[in-house]
Design a protein around this ligand. Structure first.
Ligand code: ADP
Ligand code: 5GP
Length: 186
């Protein structure tokens, strides 16, 4: 039986991870998105179970205690984590779990699944990252400032990743991500 392949897409908030992931999922049925749990409040248009499992801090802490999370991190004042059961089931089914997570979680995954394929998405510049966060128009000013405050340190962490792509032209980025995923196919 195939052991599957676990793919991690990481990088600073606003760089385009979600946009890239949506495109990958639409054209690659072998990929299966891992839906994270978070204590963040839903943004307008976000749907429970499609975008995230929205939980309160108490429930999230219970998930940690009961070992229900593959990895988790605190990011900009909220918890985010990857439920273990769905990822394990995806691998059992011979599909490839796709995780869209921040850097602390991406580091943790390397410890758990050393063969995971981890791809770091970089912005063309910090100014463009800020422009994208603002143009998305879904976060409060406070949330944008907290995300930008982490961005420089996150960008430095890209050195830890074997695969780094600057997301300038979106369609070229998607093509490069697909090349990495499928050229490393098992
Ligand atoms: P993340 O999931 O990393 O937080 P998003 O996918 O939400 O980022 O993208 C943030 C904003 O940047 C969105 O408005 C998206 O449409 C835009 N965006 C993504 N990639 C590009 C790109 N290559 N060029 C210009 N804008 C982009
Ligand atoms: P957002 O609030 O913008 O949806 O997400 C904030 C950050 O948390 C993003 O960088 C996103 O990739 C990350 N994130 C989402 N889910 C998870 C998760 O399960 N684990 C970790 N470590 N980070 C996550």
């Amino acid at each position: 039986m195939s052991t599957g392949k676990l793919i991690v897409i990481t990088g600073p908030s606003g760089v385009g991870k979600g946009t890239i992931v949506r495109s990958l999922l639409a054209s690659n049925p072998r990929l299966s998105l891992s839906i994270s749990a978070t204590t963040r409040k839903p943004r307008p248009g976000e749907i429970e179970g499609r975008d995230y499992y929205f939980v309160d801090r108490h429930k999230f802490e219970l998930m940690i205690e009961n070992d229900k999370l593959l990895e988790w991190a605190e990011y900009a004042g909220n918890y985010y984590g990857t439920p273990k059961d769905k990822v394990e089931k995806t691998i059992t089914l011979g599909k490839w779990p796709l995780l869209e997570i921040e850097i602390v979680g991406a580091r943790a995954i390397k410890q758990i699944y050393p063969s995971a394929l981890r791809i770091f998405i970089l912005p063309p510049s910090l100014a463009e990252l800020e422009r994208r966060l603002r143009s998305r128009g879904k976060d409060s000013e406070e949330a944008i400032i907290r995300r930008l405050a982490r961005a420089e340190a996150e960008i430095s962490a890209s050195q830890e990743f074997a695969h780094c792509i600057i997301n300038d032209d979106l369609s070229k980025t998607i093509k490069k991500v697909e090349e990495i995923i499928f050229s490393n196919a098992t």
